[in-house]
Design a protein around this ligand. Structure first.
Ligand code: CAA
Length: 275
């Protein structure tokens, strides 16, 4: 195994040994960090990275010692500067469609991961990079972050969900402006438009991400996972059906040991010890 590639779980070292572009490492208390590690081309995504990302997400999904996943890019310049243009230049129309379907499937898997996922955007998040960040549950941005969907400059459309997720996140008018001009948003504008939750100096981004993830990691794992499911599934339902789903899941949460512990701890005036 490549010693440069720490892994979340001791058992999965063999599965990660051949990865060239993804680092997976464990911080304290169930916080896992996934780094897209191709800084020479600003972490641009090709089919190989997407395949490795897919495998990494499969591992995180089954790792019972992961409570929160952080995703970031290697180096100080970029989160991910988009899909790899050198890779895309060679693709036929059908191969382009397959490439988009591969990216869509991986980003959908990320969105549906049982644990919360936080994007730490440490520079350019363009095209597929912005799409990757938007597929995370929320975004923390460094002051040097730049967000955009510049595909119109290349004569193509977004392919990993950008036209859909950006519209849902910032509204139709602003999404149309950004998608049709290809202009970049800086971190403050991303914050103002609700794309990023917080902005930090670049040197503090990882620490702040770990701190926030640490808060989540102390909560009931089951309650956090059920909450993520509610938010993910509910956003595509009408309010009546979404509220029915919430009552059902609320009821379900009463069957868990964490509910016993959480309520008992409150009534006994102590901190809960969740499983
Ligand atoms: N694909 C392939 N290589 C890329 C890349 C990308 N998306 N982005 C940057 N690189 C490479 C550059 O070619 C360069 O490589 P060399 O050193 O070998 O020349 C290296 O990364 C450094 O980049 P620059 O020299 O360009 O750095 P810069 O600071 O001058 O500019 C930048 C930074 C503004 C991000 C510029 O690199 C850029 O515009 N990149 C392309 C961004 C883009 O168009 N992304 C969208 C791609 S399409 C897409 O993602 C479709 C989709 O939805 C799936």
């Amino acid at each position: 195994m490549n010693s440069q590639v720490p892994v979340c779980l001791a058992q999965v070292t063999e599965e990660t040994a051949h990865w060239q572009n993804i680092l997976l490492e464990q911080h304290a208390d169930g916080i896992c960090q996934l780094t897209i590690n191709r800084p020479k081309v600003l972490n641009a995504l090709n089919a190989e990275i997407l395949a490795e990302l897919d495998q990494a997400l499969n591992l995180v999904a089954k790792a019972n010692d992961v409570r929160v996943l952080l995703i970031t890019g290697a180096g100080e310049k970029a989160f991910v500067a988009g899909a790899d243009i050198a890779h895309m230049k060679q693709l036929t129309a059908l191969e382009g469609k397959y490439f988009a379907e591969q990216g869509m499937a991986v980003f959908r898997k990320l969105e549906n991961l049982p644990v919360p996922v936080i994007a730490l955007v440490n520079g350019y998040a363009l095209g597929g990079g912005c799409e990757l960040a938007m597929s995370c549950d929320f975004i923390l941005a460094a002051e040097n972050a730049r967000f955009g969907q510049p595909e119109v400059n290349l004569g193509v459309t977004p392919g990993f969900g950008g036209s859909q997720r950006l519209t849902r996140l910032v509204g139709r008018g602003m999404a149309m402006e950004l998608l049709t001009t290809g202009r970049m948003m800086n971190a403050d504008e991303a914050l103002q438009r609700g794309l990023a939750n917080h902005v930090y100096p670049q040197a503090d981004l990882l620490d702040e991400g770990v701190k926030l993830a640490g808060q989540i990691a102390t909560k009931s794992r089951t309650a956090v996972q059920l909450t993520k499911q509610l938010v993910q599934r509910g956003q595509d339902l009408d309010l009546d059906n979404a509220c029915v789903m919430e009552s059902d899941v609320f009821g379900l949460s009463f069957s868990t040991p964490d509910r016993e512990e959480g309520m008992a701890a409150f009534l006994e005036g102590r901190k809960p010890e969740f499983s």
